[in-house]
Design a protein around this ligand. Structure first.
Ligand code: SAM
Ligand code: SF4
Ligand code: SF4
Length: 382
């Protein structure tokens, strides 16, 4: 038998037990009485991975050679149930979370995902408002599911799409999936009212950079926001090299030379994308033409405002996309712990957060990867 490459399960290191003092109320607070981490960052955004499986094999995320038929995905009993996810979500909301994104793996593969959406849509923030509830998908099942997701209370979707050219797209998803089906899924989402729709394009030099301008032209004026993401060194299986990263500033320049852009201010704190609007003949933003986003996860660190927590498919809390270990919330949930103790445990974990991987990477040599082993994107979600 040939030797297999880096099974991801090996990286799911044993969870940290919460500290003994974990059940006392957290003490690091903002002026409005809400929790902050050790660098003063509040907790606003929770990303929940609902499955570690996917029907695509994007080489930058779940390369076929690793995620093959022998790959050990989590057994069903290891996954958080919808009731457990909703309980954890409530505990995060108690600390100020206002936005929840469902992700994966491919979240639309999780059976009856609409039921989870419905439960989460019923929650209210500390301000008494509905959550900003969204989902990131590869779009393959969106045509079939868009209306039901909207009816269940989903507000928006982000669809990943790495090009419009069918051959390029089939190569990137590596399961020969046609681009036309994803475009139909996007249209179904638009018709269902799942907007503003965001489109995520991961740009890999030498692979799909030629798709940047066709994508920009296609989505200009569509009411959707196309966002370009730098190919990131997440996980340990995607063979990342700095050479394959096309910096966002080059992407913006390419588009600006063809369709002039003007900078827009961020719409909220902790926003990952730098916003650029299409300019009119007077050099002012033409709102009807819309905007693009540039997510410079590699070339420009945005850790200073990072207010995102990530919950893995089996209930581990990760404080950074590049973290190499998670905090086991599932065992707390399954220990019948009172909700207030669960809240306190989460508060203590967040209070101790010091993560700022991208900033640290910026100060290291390219390709160094800051010397850490990390969990896979498909396991904690993007
Ligand atoms: N399967 C869904 C999808 O593709 O939209 C949700 C999960 S996927 C892990 C979430 C996002 O992460 C996608 O937009 C994907 O393009 C992005 N992503 C995955 N691996 C990446 C990498 N190495 N660098 C940058 N973005 C990546
Ligand atoms: Fe699947 Fe999304 Fe990863 Fe592509 S990026 S392999 S669609 S989880
Ligand atoms: Fe947040 Fe970690 Fe990304 Fe920095 S590297 S922005 S801390 S997820």
């Amino acid at each position: 038998m040939s030797e297999r490459v880096i099974p991801v399960l090996d990286q799911r290191v044993t969870a940290l037990a919460p500290p003994a003092a974990a059940f006392a109320p957290a003490t690091r607070l903002t002026a409005d009485g809400l929790l902050t981490d050790s660098l003063g960052r509040p907790l606003r955004d929770l990303r929940i991975s609902v499955t570690d499986r996917c029907n695509f094999r994007c080489s930058y995320c779940m390369p076929k050679e690793v995620f093959d038929k022998d790959y050990a995905y989590l057994p069903h009993a290891e996954l958080l149930s919808f009731e457990e996810i909703t309980r954890v979500a409530k505990a995060f909301i108690a600390h100020g979370v206002q936005k929840i994104r469902l992700t994966g793996g491919e979240p639309l593969l999780r059976k009856n995902i609409e039921a989870l959406v419905e439960q989460l849509a019923g929650l209210r923030t500390l301000q008494g408002l509905p959550l900003d509830l969204t989902l990131t998908t590869n779009g393959a099942l969106l045509k079939r599911k868009a209306a039901a997701l909207k009816a269940a209370g989903l507000q928006r979707v982000t669809v990943s799409l790495d090009g419009l050219d069918d051959a390029v797209f089939r190569r990137m998803n590596d399961v020969d999936f046609p681009v036309a089906d994803v475009l139909e899924g996007i249209e179904a989402a638009r018709q269902a009212g799942l907007g503003t729709i965001k489109i995520n394009m991961v740009v890999k030099r030498g692979t799909n950079a030629q798709e940047i301008l066709p994508m920009a032209r296609h989505f200009k004026g569509s009411g959707m926001v196309l966002r370009f993401i730098e190919f990131m060194d997440v996980g340990a299986t995607n063979g990342w090299r700095m050479h394959d990263v096309l910096p966002s500033r080059d992407v913006v320049k390419l588009i600006h030379d063809a369709m002039p852009l003007v900078p827009l201010s961020p719409s909220n704190l902790g926003e990952t994308a730098e916003r650029w609007g299409y300019a009119d003949a007077n050099g002012q933003w033409d709102a009807a033409a819309g905007e693009i986003g540039a997510i410079s996860s590699v070339t420009q660190a945005f850790c200073a405002d990072c207010n995102r927590a990530r919950l893995s498919t089996e209930g581990k809390l990760y404080l950074c996309l590049f973290a190499n270990q998670g905090h086991d919330l599932r065992s707390l949930l399954r220990s019948q712990m009172p909700q207030t103790d669960l809240e306190s445990a989460i508060g203590h974990i967040w209070q101790g957060r010091t993560d700022r991987y991208s900033e640290l990477r910026s100060s290291q040599a390219p390709d160094s990867g800051a010397g850490l082993r990390r969990v896979e994107m498909s396991y904690i979600g993007g």
